[in-house]
Ligand binder design. Structure first.
Ligand code: UDP
Length: 331
């Protein structure tokens, strides 16, 4: 009996694979390695290299392996890129979900844990954001993920495939043992970019906008540690097996940090100056995104271990400072 992790070579997926392996689970990874890294996959997991939009590829996995549940991370996830290349997102993210659900239906696989996102909420009406709040995404990335949530709900009704949608807020940090971490090419996310400036790999941080409706004018986000996120997926798998019911949960710390505060925290953790300047706003960014995370805590029993951004940044810094070239597998 194995868990299929789609996108298990990616940043969050590889941390999930590590956690599952540590728990003694048999893990099968499906990844096309378009953005992920072979070296990020725990050696105890079995890799099938291919694209989840390729039905024959998926069939091969479901025929060869005894898959009991799927954890689905395989998607593009860069908001600004989705603004300039929306169809790329609908094709890979939304399109990939169609093929995956069809294969699950045909092979009788009943459970899926899905990486959804705070971006499905768009510009929130309330803060902190509750799972029941309206979902009106303001970028194609968020919409591609919302469409995937809707597809799963209809697939539940028609075929009895049960899902847990986990709506991530801002994920950061790395495995505390320093073995795996975040390595995107090109990097677009705030924490790794700040740390690349600390390493001297970039000249300065550009803070995208300081005229937002927030206390210091810069965007406020809710940061959650990648290992805490992996733990929530483990609990979601347990929830599905015990309750046989679909559900959705926010995953955040319920605390907001502005981009300026993140920079300050990184200066404290690294002891580096980290030069920064204010730049133009980036399209598609809401003012603030803070999760109400009490549902995940009470229903799933989720207890995040990293509740201080300094600790989150410290684990990321350990990875970046010991792997200055990341996985070093690019040409
Ligand atoms: N950000 C920034 N400079 C950068 C990268 C990101 O000011 O070089 C800001 C971005 O505008 C947003 C926050 O950092 O307010 C988090 O962005 P990120 O891309 O890390 O995650 P997202 O919120 O898009 O999921």
């Amino acid at each position: 009996m194995s868990i299929l992790v789609c996108g298990g070579a990616g940043y969050i997926g590889s941390h999930m694979v590590k956690r599952l392996v540590e728990q003694g689970q048999d893990v099968v990874v499906a990844d096309n390695l378009s953005t992920g890294h072979k070296k990020a996959i725990n050696p105890k997991a079995k890799l099938y290299q291919g694209d989840i939009r390729d039905r024959a590829f998926l069939d091969q996995i479901f025929i060869n392996e005894d898959i009991t549940a799927v954890v689905h991370f395989a998607a593009f996830s860069i908001v600004p890129e989705s603004m300039s290349e929306p169809l790329k997102y609908f094709d890979n993210n939304t399109g990939g979900m169609i093929t995956l659900l069809e294969a699950m239906r045909d092979f009788g696989v009943k459970y899926i844990v899905f990486s959804s996102t705070a971006a499905t909420y768009g510009v929130p009406e309330h803060m902190p954001i509750k799972e029941t709040d309206p979902q009106n995404p303001i970028n194609p990335y968020g919409l591609s993920k919302l469409m995937m949530e809707h597809m799963m709900a209809w697939a539940d009704q028609a075929y009895g495939i049960k899902f847990v949608a986990l709506r991530y807020f801002n994920v950061a940090g790395a495995a505390p043992d320093g073995t795996i971490g975040e390595d995107h090419g090109p990097e677009t996310h705030l924490v790794p970019i700040i740390l690349q400036v600390a390493q001297g790999k970039r000249k300065e941080l550009s803070i995208f906008g300081d005229d937002y409706d927030t206390p210091d004018g810069t965007n406020v986000r809710d940061y959650v540690h990648v290992m805490d996120l992996a733990d929530a997926h483990i609990l979601a798998l347990k929830y599905l097996k015990e309750n046989n019911k679909s559900n959705a949960f926010n995953l955040g710390s319920s605390t907001g940090f502005s981009n300026k505060q993140m920079l300050e925290a990184a200066r404290e953790v690294t002891g580096k100056e980290i030069p920064a300047k204010i730049a133009d706003r980036r399209p598609g960014d809401p003012d603030s995104l803070i999760a109400a995370s009490d549902k995940a805590r009470s229903v799933l029993g989720w207890k995040p271990q990293f509740d201080d951004v300094h600790d989150i940044i410290a684990t990321a810094w350990k990875w970046h400072s010991t792997h200055p070239k990341g996985y070093d597998d690019r040409n």
